[in-house]
Design a protein around this ligand. Structure first.
Ligand SMILES: NC(=O)c1ccc[n+]([C@@H]2O[C@H](COP(=O)([O-])OP(=O)(O)OC[C@H]3O[C@@H](n4cnc5c(N)ncnc54)[C@H](OP(=O)(O)O)[C@@H]3O)[C@@H](O)[C@H]2O)c1
Length: 322
């Protein structure tokens, strides 16, 4: 496993890290499905063990994943495996769970959620604390000041900003001054990272690095779905009703995945490794954070550790998936 720095900080994370959203199980936020079905804690713990054994040192969590359940499960897993929590890098986020506040970025709510995340994670500090989205409303300045105060108090080591548009990053970065940026990046959509992207310029200017979520396009890049029998997700699973998993979208993707298999190998390991290395080869990327539900998925995704892609391979993937 190789490790890369977060921004200009001393924090180093494994190229292949782990996303913890799945660990929240089925859940709803403000009435909207925001979870994953059929998550078994013992299977998750076996996955975490396999990851740690391979050198994974960074776990990406959030208050909203299962409304605290994913943070508590991560703490239980590390305890059960006899791993000192401060020997790994734990990231969590605030922003999508408003509780009873009018806005999740009200300073009192941020302070409360930080304390609750520390309790859930059984820790006295958070290694990377993200604002989970860029919709600050009137709270950008006071939220940023609150995060600075949490750093000064030793409760947060490194600041992060997650967002879903370049405009939101452009607005937040100069005020929040995060070392870690987070958004989606996968071979089907690398808009934030492709050469010439505005976010690349911003990361150079502000000394940030990028943590890439959904590197597997939530499984779509693994050729695991049959377009003639599209998946029927459970209520509470956020993928239910998503066009990306419809018969039509999966059928359009299928020949592209066949082309990748013909060049790079037919196994799920090959597809997973290629998908993740594609993102890791882009400028400013610190790590990918694939989600997982069991040991089999984690071990499969770790096949990216030793995979290399040439510039020709990168062009082939880009052209095939556009
Ligand atoms: N900042 C944000 O707003 C934000 C948003 C999204 C995600 N994230 C973070 O990024 C992490 C990963 O993103 P993601 O979960 O959206 O997408 P992802 O990593 O592309 O996909 C993960 C899902 O793909 C399936 N999968 C993974 N490995 C597999 C394998 N080897 N074989 C077959 N299926 C496999 C699993 O779901 P099934 O078994 O159900 O198919 C798994 O939960 C999250 O855990 C979270 O930490 C952050």
């Amino acid at each position: 496993m190789k490790y890369r720095k977060i921004g200009k900080t001393e924090l180093e994370v494994s190229e292949i890290s782990l996303g913890c959203w799945t660990m929240g199980g089925l859940s709803w936020v403000n009435g909207n499905a925001n979870g994953w079905a059929n998550v078994d804690e013992d299977e998750v713990i076996a996955g975490i063990k396999a990851a740690l054994d391979a050198g994974v040192n960074h776990f990406d969590n959030a208050d909203v994943y299962g409304n605290g359940r994913a943070e508590r499960m991560l703490a239980r897993a590390l305890n059960k495996l006899g791993v000192r929590s401060d020997s790994v890098v734990i990231a969590t986020k605030v922003g999508h769970f408003p509780g009873t506040a009018a806005h999740a970025y009200e300073p009192a709510h941020i302070r409360h959620q930080c304390e609750q995340s520390l309790t859930n994670l059984q820790r006295d500090h958070i290694d990377i604390y993200y604002f989970h989205h860029g919709s600050f409303g009137p709270h950008l300045e006071d939220a940023a000041a609150t995060l600075d105060a949490l750093v000064a108090a030793g409760k947060v080591r490194v600041k992060g900003q997650s967002a879903y548009s370049t405009a939101d990053f452009e607005m937040a970065i100069p005020v929040v001054r995060p070392a870690a940026l987070q958004s989606w990046a996968h071979a089907l959509d690398d808009q934030f990272l492709r050469p010439g992207a505005r976010l690349q310029e911003l990361m150079t200017e502000w000394g940030c690095t990028f943590v890439a979520f959904s590197p597997l396009a939530q499984g779509r890049l693994l050729d695991k779905y049959d377009p003639t029998r599209p998946p029927d997700f459970d209520p509470g699973d956020h993928r239910l009703g998503s066009h990306a998993f419809s018969a039509e979208a999966l059928a359009a993707l299928k020949p592209k995945l066949e082309a990748l298999k013909a060049r790079f190998g037919p196994s799920t390991e090959d597809l997973s490794a290629v998908a993740q290395r594609y993102i890791l080869n882009l400028d400013h990327v610190a790590c990918v954070i694939p989600g997982f539900r069991n040991e089999r998925q984690v071990k499969c995704n770790l096949s990216a550790v030793n995979r290399e892609l040439s510039p020709d391979d990168m062009d082939f993937i880009r052209e095939t998936l556009r």
